[in-house]
Design a protein around this ligand. Structure first.
Ligand SMILES: [Zn+2]
Length: 288
């Protein structure tokens, strides 16, 4: 049995096919002509449409509109759109202005309460801090920051000062743990002042380090400012490209308490400019 359904009897089919084949031949030519016309029409409309799009986007003077060029590593947030992967259930978190999706190598990357990174943001070119310069094992930071720290560490050691890194890169998950711990042990206001919300910690960039010393019993406290190691760092950090990130009296700009132990690598030139003028990184970038 054929899969095609046939109408009418089998008898006389041959004559019917012969007669109709000529008719079909003529009809096919007409259809072909119509088909060609349609193809030409569709092509014409397509080309017109494409040209129209190009004309809409291209400014008259041939230059590229600045507004149309987005930094590919930064996503601007509009309205109440949540940043990628961020837990928005915690109260008191200020709205983000933008969020970084990947590391484009910018040493002046700004991460604070208003400028974040996505959960899966990973800094490039990380190295592990040698145990002789670390309080714990497996502390990682970016190579540029590490090379500068080694130089600073050696010069300080030659002058009789000894300190080490006790915190470098922190992942989103680790920062979340720290923040939740802060919320559990402090008031909400204190937690926001003393601890960064996950995705908004400068430590996530691999360019921030916390420094302590044996004389401090490896602890982090504001007392470090009155210890010889803390004073040496305050005086010399900029010569190696580091800035004291959260300064005294600038809490309303940085959003954090004074942290004499937290240093941020920005490169020598910028560090010297910032520290000599006594301004914050936000002020330097015009983001305060
Ligand atoms: Zn820190």
């Amino acid at each position: 049995m054929s899969k095609y359904h046939r109408v009418g009897s089998e008898a006389g089919d041959k004559a019917e096919i012969k007669r109709s084949s000529k008719v079909r031949y003529r009809i096919n030519w007409k259809r072909f002509a119509v088909f060609i016309l349609l193809v030409v029409l569709v092509l014409f409309l397509c080309i017109k449409g494409i040209t129209g799009c190009v004309n809409r986007d291209k400014p008259d003077d041939g230059s590229v509109k600045k507004d149309n060029v987005a930094d590919p590593s930064t996503v601007e947030l509009k309205g109440d759109e949540p940043p990628t992967g961020e837990d928005t259930s915690i109260r008191g978190i200020p709205e983000l202005k933008d969020v970084l999706t990947y590391d484009d190598g910018d040493l002046l990357v700004l991460v604070n309460k208003y400028h974040g990174v996505t959960r899966d943001y990973e800094p490039e070119g990380m190295v592990t801090v040698e145990m002789s310069m670390a309080a714990w094992d497996d502390i990682q930071i970016k190579k540029e920051a590490y090379d500068a720290f080694v130089e600073m560490f050696n010069d300080a050691a030659a002058q009789g000062y000894s300190f080490c890194i006790c915190s470098g890169y922190r992942s989103y998950e680790y920062q979340q743990e720290l923040f939740e711990n802060a919320l559990a042990t402090q008031s909400e206001e204190e937690a926001h002042m003393f601890s960064a919300y996950p995705g908004r910690s400068e430590h996530h960039t691999g360019l921030a380090i916390d420094i302590t010393s044996e004389s401090m019993d490896w602890a982090l406290s504001q007392d470090f400012a009155s210890y010889p190691e803390g004073q040496w760092l305050d005086e010399h950090c900029q010569d190696y490209g580091f800035i004291l990130r959260y300064q005294k009296g600038k809490e309303d700009i940085t959003g954090y308490q004074y942290e004499p132990w937290h240093f941020r690598y920005v490169g020598k030139e910028v560090a010297k400019d910032i520290m000599s003028r006594g301004i914050t990184f936000e002020e330097y970038l015009g983001e305060n």
